[in-house]
Design a protein around this ligand. Structure first.
Ligand SMILES: C[S@@+](CC[C@H](N)C(=O)[O-])C[C@H]1O[C@@H](n2cnc3c(N)ncnc32)[C@H](O)[C@@H]1O
Length: 246
């Protein structure tokens, strides 16, 4: 618990309190949009860039699940590290018959996520929001068909990455799919980033080196997942997926 507290309370993204602040919560959606903009610079708008990045990620998850789940219906989805709910809203829009839950460690981010949902027309399948640590959620085992972690792991030390993947394994049903999407170490754009920009990025992302040095497919296999595979889902990001054995 002590190490988790120290990791999470470290200053990053240039906020002294990391993700535990209203300012970080207020600016999180803008930060997400600038991330997708950098991934798809030719898009005609931020919304289009977001649709491309998220659309490719959702398609990869759907195809992996169809191929390996043994026709396990997608009824329950958990979005760990949902932040202010951008990834969660894309998941619920794509898998519209599923019950989707967003989970995050920051109550500030969750408050913004809930506020944004209240502003829109009510959904047939409203999103549930949970404040918890994704490494030990306390949720019942084998209760989800898809567990997604989008842009979470580059913010985590290796210890937390391993803990999050193990918890996802516990939470998924046999045939269930884990999907980790984040920066790709094989991205030509990221590899060719100027040293000044890379140093600047590292100054606000304390665990970036640990993230890049962690083999996510190996972590998945060690947790018990099979069919581990990685797709470059846009020029900057990869989606690493695996299946719980049936
Ligand atoms: C960059 S944001 C994720 C963005 C969001 N998933 C999306 O795609 O738009 C990373 C989030 O992971 C959360 N996070 C980091 N470690 C966590 C943990 N152990 N449990 C739950 N949430 C965590 C942070 O609070 C933050 O909201």
């Amino acid at each position: 618990m002590t190490s988790f507290r120290t990791d999470y309370l470290n200053p990053f993204h240039a906020y002294d309190e990391g993700n535990l602040s209203w300012l970080a919560a207020a600016e999180a959606e803008a930060a997400t949009m600038s991330m997708v903009r950098r991934a798809i610079p030719y898009a005609s708008s931020l919304e289009e860039a977001n649709k491309i990045v998220r659309g490719n990620w959702l398609q990869a998850i759907e195809q992996h699940h169809q191929k390996y789940s043994g026709k396990l219906k997608i009824e329950d989805i958990l979005d760990i590290g949902c932040s202010v709910g951008v990834s969660t809203r894309f998941l619920v829009d794509r898998f519209s018959s599923a019950k989707v839950t967003g989970l995050d460690l920051s109550p500030y981010f969750l408050a913004v996520a809930q506020f944004k949902e209240k502003e829109r027309a009510q959904r047939m399948n409203p999103i549930s929001w949970i404040h918890a640590n994704g490494e030990s959620t306390g949720l019942p085992c084998k209760s989800y068909d898809i567990v997604s972690l989008a842009y979470v792991l580059h913010e985590c030390p290796r210890r937390a990455i391993v803990g999050l993947v193990k918890e996802a394994f516990r939470l998924l049903r046999p045939g269930g799919t884990i999907a980790l999407t984040d920066n790709s170490p094989k991205s030509k754009i990221l590899q060719e980033l100027s040293p000044v920009l890379f140093t600047l990025m590292k100054s606000t992302e304390p665990y970036l080196d640990e993230y890049y040095l962690t083999d996510l497919e190996d972590v998945m296999k060690e947790a018990g997942f099979v069919n581990a595979c990685t797709l470059l889902t846009d020029p900057r990001h990869r989606t690493v997926m695996g299946t719980v054995p049936r």
